[in-house]
Design a protein around this ligand. Structure first.
Ligand SMILES: [Zn+2]
Length: 115
């Protein structure tokens, strides 16, 4: 599964940076044209994070909609689906948003003072 390899490399990358510190949340931006399915990614993240410092971390997903610019008339428009087709009928479009696959932020759990 595509999402499982994304989740595994995400978990590995975060562990490389934050070591064994407990992670409270991971904030990702996955565009609606990125080909990544949010539900599959959540499920995969739970598997990849199990028995690591990321276990139980909240996965915050932002899913920006796709936007295209039509090369025929130069118009920008939003997409409601995966199909890169302008309202004028032209498929000669440039994707201007929606392909993001970005790590926005990682929040570490607060360290509680002992005793
Ligand atoms: Zn057009």
């Amino acid at each position: 599964m595509h999402e499982l390899s994304i989740a595994s490399s995400l978990v590995d990358t975060i562990r490389d940076r934050t070591g064994e510190r407990t992670v409270a949340s991971v904030h990702l931006r996955i565009g609606q044209l990125s080909g990544v399915l949010a539900d599959a990614l959540r499920f995969s993240f739970e598997i990849a994070a199990a028995n690591t410092a990321l276990e139980g971390a909240e996965l915050i997903l932002e899913q920006p909609a796709g936007r295209i610019r039509c090369r025929t008339y130069g118009l920008d428009s939003g997409l409601v689906d995966q199909f890169l087709l302008c309202a004028c009928g032209s498929a000669d479009v440039q994707v201007t948003a929606g392909r993001e696959l970005d790590l926005v932020a990682v929040q570490l759990a607060a360290v509680e003072a002992a005793g």
